[in-house]
Write a protein that binds this ligand. Structure first.
Ligand code: NAP
Length: 280
């Protein structure tokens, strides 16, 4: 039976570490959070991030804008926040309403304040192995592997999903730790034949029950990034716990796995940004 990786406990440890390190700074780290519209799920995420800031002793500045906000208004706000010396990190909660150009918005954030690591410059830095920030979800997964003494070098790492937010940067971080990475997506034929080769399997698709026990090698490490709702409306990942847990060596639960780590790594990035801005 697999050991469950406790993302909640590890996230608390990461946040406590960030809070302790921030005590040396002359000024408290500040996060500006922009929320456009009133999507309830986005509201929950924003509230969670503000709570994390408070827990770490960091400041958060919320900018709740109406759904009808224009591209120009949003870009003006970002430009103002780029110049605001109390703001170390700027986060635009996604998804944005359809009439807004997400790529242009994310590209307008000062790369030095891009704590989500979505700006093309920071993505490029990540790819060449000289990152200013690490993307929160993949960085959270790497922190879990490190904490549980799971070696990546020389392992076959299979990543399901190739999004810019999770799948691609996940593969990049595993590669940088000398894993041999295979990235799968919706056009990958015979997924089980590939997943069965994985020493470390990361699923970031968003489909309930995608990964079943017969797709997992005995002793594999299984990381479930997904956040889905099952037929009963309960939060779950891509991995069928009942059939996979007995075969895996380590596994992350949903909830209580990668989710809390994503939030904790945002606090790490905010601390990193504040240090840079304060010349530390
Ligand atoms: P996304 O942009 O929708 O990407 C999903 C990826 O899965 C795509 O690359 C897609 O392939 C691939 N895919 C779809 N069906 C597949 C299949 N049958 N086999 C293999 N790959 C398949 O989603 P995302 O933003 O990366 O998020 C993925 C999941 O992670 C979601 O459940 C999301 O809620 C969750 N998430 C969790 C956290 C966290 O903190 N825990 C953070 C972010 C996201 P194509 O590219 O070919 O379409």
């Amino acid at each position: 039976m697999a050991t469950r990786i406790d993302g909640k406990a590890l996230a608390a440890k990461v946040k406590a570490r960030a809070a302790a390190q921030a005590k040396d700074l002359p000024r408290r780290p500040g996060l500006a959070v922009i929320l456009v519209g009133d999507d309830p799920a986005s509201r929950v995420y924003v509230t969670g991030k503000e709570k994390d800031c408070a827990e770490c002793g960091f400041l958060s500045f919320e900018h709740q804008l109406p759904a009808a906000t224009t591209q120009r208004e949003l870009l003006e706000l970002i430009s103002r926040l780029n110049r605001d010396t109390a703001v170390d990190g700027i986060l635009v909660q996604l998804p944005l309403p359809g009439h807004l150009d997400e790529e242009q918005v994310l590209g307008a954030i000062d790369p030095e304040k891009d704590v989500d690591c979505f700006h093309p410059l920071n993505v490029g830095r990540l790819v060449i192995g000289n990152p200013a920030f690490l993307p929160c979800t993949p960085a959270g997964v790497m922190e879990m592997l490190r904490e549980y003494g799971i070696e990546v070098a020389g392992k076959h790492c299979v990543v399901l999903g190739r999004s810019n937010i999770v799948g691609k940067p996940m593969g990049m971080l595993l590669l940088q730790q000398s894993g041999t990475v295979t990235t799968c997506h919706s056009k990958t034929p015979d997924l089980p034949a590939i997943t069965r080769q994985a020493d470390i399997l990361v699923s970031a698709v968003g489909r309930v029950g995608l990964v079943t026990g017969d797709m997992v090698k005995e002793g594999a490490v299984v990381i479930d990034v997904a956040m889905n709702r099952n037929a009963r409306g309960r939060l779950c990942g891509d991995v069928d716990m009942a059939s996979v847990e007995p075969r895996a060596s380590y596994i992350t639960p949903v909830p209580g796995g990668v989710g809390p780590m994503t939030r904790a790594m945002l606090m790490e990035n905010l601390l990193r940004a504040a240090r840079r801005h304060q010349g530390m």
